[in-house]
Design a protein around this ligand. Structure first.
Ligand SMILES: Cc1cc2nc3c(=O)[nH]c(=O)nc-3n(C[C@H](O)[C@H](O)[C@H](O)COP(=O)(O)OP(=O)(O)OC[C@H]3O[C@@H](n4cnc5c(N)ncnc54)[C@H](O)[C@@H]3O)c2cc1C
Length: 499
């Protein structure tokens, strides 16, 4: 299972793992779009920067995204306008337009071959009832008020028939993985040290030391560009982690739609991608809270494409995680109570642009420069009225998982109960275990207790992973961390010899 963006990344640069002790002005944890943009901005100013990446460049959410760059927000600008008012809504759009222009200029400057194209964005409904007409009307007002030009869609823009919708010109698309790989190459040439396969396991904030299993970096400034901050942080209490899935296909014929298509009933994002003479159509959707998946989401997306297009063959499938903040805006800037530690999170599905803006804001903060946009996104903001709904919902969900999951875990009498391909969280000799038997019959037995905040992990059959429903930490079947706030693996237990 791999994302479509991997096509054509065979000649990429690889970077070594961290060994021994190093020093830097700034250590950036994470080499996604946020971390590498931060590194670029800091390198411009002559800072000594080290980027530590647990996996490889772009392998986090950036390389699993849809590669769309747009000035409004996927959830709708009208929701932000209602919550935050016209001025903030206008600033959001202006800051995002500026950021997309920055990405385009960066691509030109470093000659990054990542298929960047200006494209229109469509918000479309396939039905035309009053509620949807009202929603479109509210969105149209918010977009116009924010200074965007909006067209009403009356003609058919897809082979099937959206009945009403809006079009905004001059948005953009690219291959996000090739973009960050290009950024990595550029910053590396500017003197930034990038280290892959170097998961950070601990940060000593007092001493300013960031530690991996075998090495350490001492730095004056530490940036968590890890999509959600690592370890236990106040911000996580109001953050909703969700998973979303993608499938790509080749079509019979040439009817590949050009643009960003957001189908709103229910939400599916469609776009095409061309590489080396081949065309692909992809659909992204089926969002659900992390750890609470119930269905075969890849199959559902395949059915969606087959229903609406003449599919020749399916080519790729992948999934990725997003974190939504309780008040609808990202958190960018200094961590609570730590002046030299920076975070960037809560990007929802809009983080290619937010992550780039975050890199620029964080670099400005480190260098003591004013930044026009920071005040709106300050990671230390407290917004009880605007966050209350999301905060209460998310914390009720965490409490429910903490209490109910522990009570509801059934007992396992013997490991033989588990058939090949099956997984289960069960109590054995009083301990909560996450047990999986692979298709070859081998058993993996792990503690089911997430090392982040002690919730129990849930099985994710779509991706064969253990996912924590509380704050989104995810683990492979050997227990190793894939993503999320946890620093450490699920503890391993020895399966019985005759299992
Ligand atoms: C399905 C989906 C589609 C999306 N599509 C779009 C889109 O079209 N447009 C858009 O604007 N946004 C989109 N988004 C959101 C966007 O992709 C993300 O918000 C953005 O990529 C986040 O970038 P990042 O650099 O902050 O995080 P990431 O890309 O996740 O990078 C964080 C990095 O930190 C590393 N890391 C984590 N822990 C450690 C550790 N302990 N030590 C060292 N490194 C560590 C990770 O391995 C990872 O590489 C989408 C999201 C999803 C889920």
């Amino acid at each position: 299972m791999q994302a479509i963006w991997k096509i054509g990344d065979t000649e990429i640069e690889h970077y070594p793992a961290l060994a021994g002790k190093r020093e830097a002005d700034v250590v950036v944890i994470g080499a996604g779009i946020t971390g590498l943009t931060t590194a670029l901005q800091l390198a411009e100013d002559g800072s000594r920067v080290i980027v530590l990446e647990a996996l490889s460049v772009g392998e986090g959410c950036t390389g699993g995204s849809t590669g769309n760059l747009y000035s409004p927000l996927a959830k709708g600008l009208s929701a932000i306008r209602k919550k935050w008012g016209d001025d903030v809504s206008r600033d959001i759009v202006t800051s995002r337009i500026e950021t997309i222009d920055f990405i385009e200029a960066t691509i030109e400057r470093f000659a990054i071959d990542c298929q960047f194209h200006r494209r229109p964005l469509y918000r479309l409904f396939t039905t035309a009832d009053e509620v949807q007409a009202y929603e479109l009307d509210e969105e149209r007002k918010a977009l116009l008020e924010a200074g965007l030009e909006v067209e009403d869609i009356e003609q058919h823009v897809l082979p099937f028939s959206p009945l009403q919708g809006l079009k905004i010109n001059d948005q953009a698309q690219f291959n996000p993985l090739l973009y960050v790989q290009g950024l990595a190459k550029a910053v590396s040439a500017m003197g930034v040290t990038i280290l892959e396969h170097s998961p950070v396991r601990d940060v000593d904030y007092k001493q300013g030391v960031v530690k991996t299993d075998t090495a350490a970096v001492t730095a004056r400034h530490i940036v968590h560009a890890t999509h959600t901050p690592k370890g236990v942080d106040l911000l996580q209490t109001g953050m909703l982690p969700s998973r979303e899935y993608g499938v790509s296909a080749k079509l019979n014929g040439e009817a590949y739609p050009e643009g960003i298509f957001w189908m709103l009933d229910p939400f599916h994002s469609l776009r095409s991608y061309r590489y080396a003479g081949e065309s692909y159509l992809m659909v992204i959707g089926e969002k659900h809270k992390t750890g609470e998946g119930k269905y075969d989401y890849y199959q559902r997306l395949r059915e969606y494409l087959s229903q609406h297009f003449d599919v020749q063959e399916f080519c790729h499938q992948w999934s990725a995680q997003q974190y939504s903040s309780a008040d609808g805006l990202p958190y960018i800037g200094r961590m609570h109570a730590r002046d030299n530690v920076y975070v960037a999170t809560g990007f929802a599905a809009d983080g290619l642009t937010w992550g780039t803006l975050a890199g620029r804001i964080i670099a400005d903060l480190i260098h003591g420069r004013d930044n026009t946009w920071h005040a709106h996104f300050d990671a230390r903001r407290i917004t009880p009225a605007k966050s209350a709904g999301g905060w209460v919902k998310e914390n009720a969900s965490v409490t429910k998982h903490l209490v109910q999951d522990y009570l509801a875990t059934g007992k396992l009498k013997e490991f033989a109960e588990l058939a090949p391909g099956e997984a289960k969280v069960a109590t054995l000799d009083g301990e909560k275990l996450a047990i999986y038997r692979n298709e070859s019959g081998e058993l993996s037995v792990l503690s089911a207790v997430c090392p982040h905040m002690k919730c129990l992990v849930h099985w994710n059959a779509n991706d064969t992973t253990w996912d924590c429903p509380c704050h989104g930490s995810r683990f492979d079947t050997r227990g190793d961390v894939i993503e999320g706030p946890a620093y450490h693996a699920l503890e391993r237990r020895d399966p019985p010899v005759d299992s």
